[in-house]
Design a binder for this molecule. Sequence first.
Ligand code: SF4
Ligand code: SF4
Length: 250
Amino acid sequence: MTAHAKLPNPPISDPVSDLPVVPYEKLEEIFEDIRKHPVYDHEIHGCLNCGICTATCPSAQYYDYSPREIVQLLWTENLEGIYDAMQEKIWACAQCYTCAARCPFENSPGGLVMIMREVAIKHELPSVKEVLRPFSRVLLKVVSTGNQLAPNMITKEAFPDWGPNVAKVDAPLMLLRKAIPMPTMHTLDTAWEVNLKTSVELYTIWEATGVLKQLESVDENLFDVVSDVMEEKRDEWEEWLEDNEDEDDD
Ligand code: SF4
Ligand code: SF4
């Protein structure tokens, strides 16, 4: 459907929105990137506007967010609405895919949100930096250790919203983790230890698939730190290989 392209003088932004005016061509470009995503046609097939997805969506219970609205915006090619939703709403989805399991049209609003997030990063929308900034510590942890959260990141100060349950993190974590049979879990710095070869392979995948390029556009400082970590691990891996070759020769 390209109904929007036929409008003689299309509006370029919502007059009551605080967002800066965006050229209509830019809105079209963003939508085109969403539409031509390899899985877009798999995630949307129509929409009854029935609201079943929103009724079962956990994020809709807590935020100004509705998967029904996201699907409707895309299905009706509401370019201004899509752009507005990409400023904040798309970041509220928890990616649980309850919506996909319930939709009578077999749409996946969660999958569509994922596509919109990728396109938001590609176009370096202002919302991306703002939303992802608080996650830089977690991102660094994932890239440098292969883990998302480490036991020593779970502190009372970091999770005040846990209420009375926060007392549980005062438990002797190291002692408890040593009781786990796998030695790779006898640490508090990572949830588990990722083998050096696996880390180096992951960096190669992230490089080849453009993930690191996306990171650079979102947070240049974090990208620099991550690049240093990667170089160090690659050197370590090369050394390990050389040492083992020497041993084999002996
Ligand atoms: S459940 Fe499916 S058909 Fe119903 S509003 Fe949501 S996306 Fe549309
Ligand atoms: S995947 Fe997102 S939109 Fe779908 S139910 Fe979960 S939180 Fe809601």
